[in-house]
Write a protein that binds this ligand. Structure first.
Ligand code: GLN
Length: 486
């Protein structure tokens, strides 16, 4: 049995029936990390010995008759912008290289309580700024499907880790597509729930009105079980939703027989990869063959979404990142600083990478007096128009289907020197964050040997419905059963 490719249910079954021990399951992950990570750079910090200790404890309980629950004993990777008490947390940045948090993010705490076992902190673009993994201040992560290509970003390491079998699932964060786009590039499921569904407490903030924790897994079924564990109100995050959390795992198969699915025409653009377009057409055909009503709709402000996103994101990021001053967290550079400002300047010059500096400058500019009205305020107004588009669309249809990204994984270095082209890879994912909607990327086949994802966007709080539709598709198509050769 290939222990590194199990679904959560298979892992649970195997542990419960003592087909393998938790130590064997965790050791298989560690072995996989040891044999692949020098090629893909998915992990920043390994937590092997802790993981094995936890495994042994669970094995002892199982020997005494304990039946493990859904996530118990399962190896998980955590994006390195989720704070973990006692474990170094860098957010992919040199400025946090020495940072060992005194507390744990709520989503991680919930996984810990459920018995999932952390095998490492995963690499990512610095502070989540990027779409390729190349903006990590550590090594760039490579795509297990083709080592010359990027795994997507910014949850680059989480995607590469799950895809290569280093862990059975991972957490990421999605501010503009950072869970869905890497899922699409690595043949995984990537779920970004409704804004506020999962607590942001302990998530190193990028853009607070857009950030949301997300799940990277191989199957939709797994994503539902993980969401079940980490969703829900948290009094430590006042923006977390007070709504009841449905029973995703139980109801995942109860898909309504005839839903109205909208296909927004603005999501089929010039310059899009032909293979992606063909595969998404197949997806649309699949749903209409399954009895759902598919109609073309329009979201007229889609063309403005990327500009709105990059204005709001940079403005919020410039404010969030002001806390890294060398005094409170991580790196501190005061070599002969002449003044306090000089001390800040030295720390930031040494600690932040080029993309972070670029975005702080853009955001500070957009917020500065005299420009605020022209940029930030205007972006907020257009944000309202985009939200309006979605509200109108959801009066006509239940959910939307689009490609997740315009192309499959691109080559390392291909877009690195040209930030604007890099930003274009987020074109189909940012709207869900702007409007706070739940969205999922699901493997939809291969284009020239590379994975392609389709995206389902739902109405606020309707994670269950998009999970149901995605699950239906995955049961019939089985694209998730294709693995990289690595
Ligand atoms: N690629 C997007 C960006 O660079 C998305 C980032 C994210 O979701 N964290 O901003």
């Amino acid at each position: 049995m290939e222990l590194t490719r199990l679904t959560l249910k298979e892992a649970n079954q195997g542990l419960s029936t003592k087909q393998f021990s938790c130590r064997e399951l965790i050791q298989a992950s560690i072995d996989r990390i040891n044999s692949t990570d020098s090629k893909i750079n998915a992990i920043i910090t390994k937590t092997d010995s802790n993981a094995l200790d936890q495994a042994d404890k669970l094995d002892q309980l199982i020997m005494k008759g304990h039946k493990p629950t859904a996530l118990e004993g399962v190896p998980v990777g955590l994006k390195d912008n989720l704070v973990t008490q006692g474990i170094k947390t860098t957010a992919g940045s040199k400025i946090l290289e020495p940072y060992v948090p005194p507390y744990t993010a709520t989503a991680v705490e919930k996984l810990n309580k459920a018995g999932a076992i952390t095998i490492g902190k995963t690499n990512c673009d610095e502070f989540g700024m990027g779409a390729s993994g190349e903006n990590s201040s550590y090594k760039p992560t490579k795509n297990p499907w083709d080592l010359k290509r990027v795994p997507g970003g910014s949850s680059s390491g989480s995607a590469a880790a799950v895809s290569s079998g280093q862990c059975l699932f991972a957490l990421g964060t999605d501010t503009g597509g950072s869970v869905r786009q890497p899922a699409s590039f690595c043949n995984l499921v990537g779920l970004k729930p409704t804004y506020g569904r999962i607590s942001r407490y302990g998530v190193i903030a990028l853009a607070s009105s857009l950030d949301q924790v997300g799940v990277l897994s191989r199957t939709v079924d797994d994503a539902a079980a993980i969401l079940q564990c980490i969703a829900g109100h948290d009094k430590k995050d006042s923006t977390s939703l007070r709504k009841a959390v449905p029973n995703y795992t139980k109801e995942i198969t109860d898909v309504s027989p005839k839903l109205k699915i909208g296909v927004p025409k603005e999501f089929f653009i010039d310059g899009m990869d032909k293979g992606v377009e063909e595969l998404i057409k197949d997806v649309i055909q699949f749903y209409s063959d399954s009895g759902h009503e598919v109609t073309e709709i329009s979201l007229p402000h889609t063309a403005e979404a990327l500009a709105v996103y990059y204005l709001i994101l940079t403005a919020e990021a410039s404010s969030n990142l002001a806390r890294y001053d060398g005094v409170r967290f991580g790196l501190s550079r005061d070599d002969k600083a002449k003044s306090l400002i000089d001390f800040y300047r030295q720390t930031r010059a040494a600690g932040f990478g080029p993309e972070v500096k670029r975005r702080i400058m853009l955001g500070t500019y957009a917020l500065s007096s005299g420009y605020y009205e022209a940029y930030y305020l205007k972006a907020q107004k257009v944000r309202t128009l985009i939200i309006d588009d979605y509200q109108k669309a959801f009066k006509k249809v239940d959910c939307l289907i689009t490609p997740t990204a315009p192309t499959p994984a691109f080559k390392l270095g291909e877009k690195y020197e040209d930030p604007l082209t890099m930003y274009l890879s987020d074109i189909f994912t940012v709207s869900a964050n702007i409007a706070g909607l739940p969205a999922i990327s699901v493997p939809a086949g291969l284009s020239q040997g590379l994975p392609v994802g389709m995206q389902i966007m739902g109405q606020h709080y309707q994670e269950l419905q998009i999970l149901q539709l995605a699950h239906l598709y995955q049961q019939k198509t089985k694209w998730q059963k294709q693995y990289p050769k690595l």
